[in-house]
Design a protein around this ligand. Structure first.
Ligand code: HEM
Length: 270
């Protein structure tokens, strides 16, 4: 949607009425799935009889006090925290790059087949233990997050005390943010930063510290104590979806038209 329509949201809703209805339905489906799960944690947290001894991440958000907040609004906020858009956006960028660079897709496919063999049956999928044996897959996902982090900023942070950074004084109480998108493209930190090259993550035994605890070259999930608590889950989801999508399907653009070929599944139909 172009900038003009973003400034006139009501007009956008009228012009894209079908899309708008789809979005509302999607949101409704999301709420119907997630509300019961969140509710199942809110009730025990507020109950004096709660004694399961388990603290889920969502529990830590339940008793946060925000001014003028009603119960239903709290449910909506908690549900939106479970950020699916970021993972989905990353997945789209990674798949787009695999279409753009068939040799990378081929290399990834070969790695997958080396671990789990060719696709066997429609019901089977690649499991978590298999994913752990695929360093190139992890490198592809990391390169996607470096080149196209879904959020170009983290959440705004507040400075706890005066601090000097490269000759600048940042005062206590100031609000700061981080240029996440720019960090991943900094030529001082990355060789050919505009290129999609998963190989850059294969050095050091394939170990890359994405949490920033040993130095920060990119921070798609933020860093420090407010780092994204869903980062492990997001990495797992990305690896899982990319691996299965590439295992079963061939992604290509013949004659300028996007086509997804199911040729690798031919063995299943014989
Ligand atoms: C590729 C996927 C994802 C990316 C790139 C991402 C990125 C981020 C970033 C940059 C922040 C802000 C960190 C900061 O302010 O320093 C954040 C916060 C957060 N993320 Fe994610 N996220 C992803 C997926 C998820 C998932 C799957 C979940 C939940 C299951 C999640 C839950 C959260 C929550 C609850 C916060 C707020 C944490 C806080 O303020 O303490 N995220 N995420």
């Amino acid at each position: 949607m172009n900038i003009g329509l973003m400034k006139l949201p009501r007009l956008g809703r009228l012009l894209f009425i079908t899309r708008w209805k789809e979005l509302l339905q999607l949101r409704k489906d999301q709420e119907q799935t997630l509300f019961p799960l969140i509710k199942s944690r809110i009730e025990p947290v507020n109950s004096v009889t709660r004694n399961d001894g388990i603290v889920a991440y969502v529990d830590t958000l339940v008793n946060l006090e925000l001014p003028d907040e009603e119960g239903s609004k709290r449910m909506v906020e908690l549900q939106r925290d479970g950020n699916t858009d970021t993972t989905f956006t990353s997945l789209q960028w990674i798949m787009a790059n695999l279409v753009k660079h068939p040799h990378i897709q081929r290399k990834l496919y070969d790695e997958i087949v080396g671990v789990v063999g060719p696709p066997r049956e429609v019901e089977s999928d690649i499991n978590e233990e298999d994913l752990a044996k695929m360093p190139y897959l992890k490198a592809v996902v990391l390169e996607g997050l470096r080149r196209h982090p879904p959020g170009h900023f983290v959440l705004p942070h507040r400075v706890m005390k005066d601090v000097e950074v490269e000759g600048y004084t940042i005062r206590e109480g100031a609000t700061i943010n981080f240029m996440v998108g720019e960090m991943g493209l900094d030529p001082k930190g990355w060789d050919e930063p505009m290129e999609f090259k998963p190989e850059r993550f294969l050095g050091n035994g394939g170990v890359f510290d994405i949490s920033g605890s040993k130095g920060i070259k990119m921070m798609p999930f933020g860093a420090g104590r407010r780092i994204c608590p869903g980062s492990d889950l997001a990495m797992l989801h990305l690896e899982y979806f990319v691996a299965n999508l590439v295992w079963f399907l061939d992604w290509s653009v013949p004659n300028g038209v996007m086509l997804i070929l199911m040729r690798r599944l031919s063995s299943l139909w014989s």
